[in-house]
Ligand binder design. Sequence first.
Ligand SMILES: NC(=O)c1ccc[n+]([C@@H]2O[C@H](COP(=O)([O-])OP(=O)(O)OC[C@H]3O[C@@H](n4cnc5c(N)ncnc54)[C@H](OP(=O)(O)O)[C@@H]3O)[C@@H](O)[C@H]2O)c1
Length: 277
Amino acid sequence: MKTILITGASTGFGRALSTEALKRGHQVALAVRTPGSVADLVEAYPGKAHAIRFDLTNPLDAERVVKETLEKFASLDVLINNAGYGLLAALEESTDEQLARNLETNFTGPFRLIRAVLPVMRAQQGGRVITMSAIAAYANHPGFAVYGGAKAALDAACDAASQEVASLGIKFTQVIPGPFRTDFIGRSLDQSPRLPDYEASVGKFGGFLSKMDGKQPGDPAKAASAILDLLNEEKPPFRLVIGAYGNNTFAKKIASMEAELNAWKEKGLPTDFLPGA
Ligand SMILES: NC(=O)c1ccc[n+]([C@@H]2O[C@H](COP(=O)([O-])OP(=O)(O)OC[C@H]3O[C@@H](n4cnc5c(N)ncnc54)[C@H](OP(=O)(O)O)[C@@H]3O)[C@@H](O)[C@H]2O)c1
């Protein structure tokens, strides 16, 4: 049995992960903006499920949520950095407020939370940090400049941190979904008013998202099961791409990056000093 801290446990992936973790007998700290949203889980799993008020945009919440988890369960083995939301806006359409709030939620807040759990994990010489990334961090779409940028920044931060703590028994995994059937493109999606010049790019992608809402191919319950299975792996992957859409898109991106690297090698390679210089 592990103690798992899960952010954004109210709906979508967070709820599926919390439900599956509790079913498997783990202790779960449910970090949510509205504790009432997980009252059913707290009632169904007395002593095992504990709701904690938490907002990623409040700089003081990271240390407090870790402290409250330790006070309740006297241990903390796994952080699942799940909460986040999308912003559909051309780079030029996003306001300062939208940019700040999205970065705070998808990058700075999760970063602070990782920083807050690491002292606990270092002291016990072990722990897992699992972060919900997004395919947009690797192969982006028009309209997800801010959102994909925030997720890519978190991926790079976790890449560095995972190497910093590898010898301390702390393991990181980035989970990379394509479209999954959650509230992500419904009630949670922030949007900017569209400039006519961006109708053909951002507007088209927005239309694709609206049509897909409620019909996304990815099943959050199956994802939750696959993600929690990683806790039994001695050597979990640094990146786990989930769902067919994500896997196909990721594979195409790797192939196109490799092709471009090779096509432009003659230009890029001869820029080092000559040997002995
Ligand atoms: N579903 C997809 O297609 C998809 C694809 C790629 C990546 N993802 C990622 O998966 C993660 C979970 O999203 P989801 O798909 O499950 O969508 P969701 O159903 O909309 O869930 C989002 C969760 O994040 C919480 N949240 C949002 N802002 C927060 C804040 N400032 N502080 C604390 N909690 C906050 C929400 O809380 P409230 O209930 O209070 O709003 C909710 O619990 C996100 O990081 C998202 O970027 C999803």
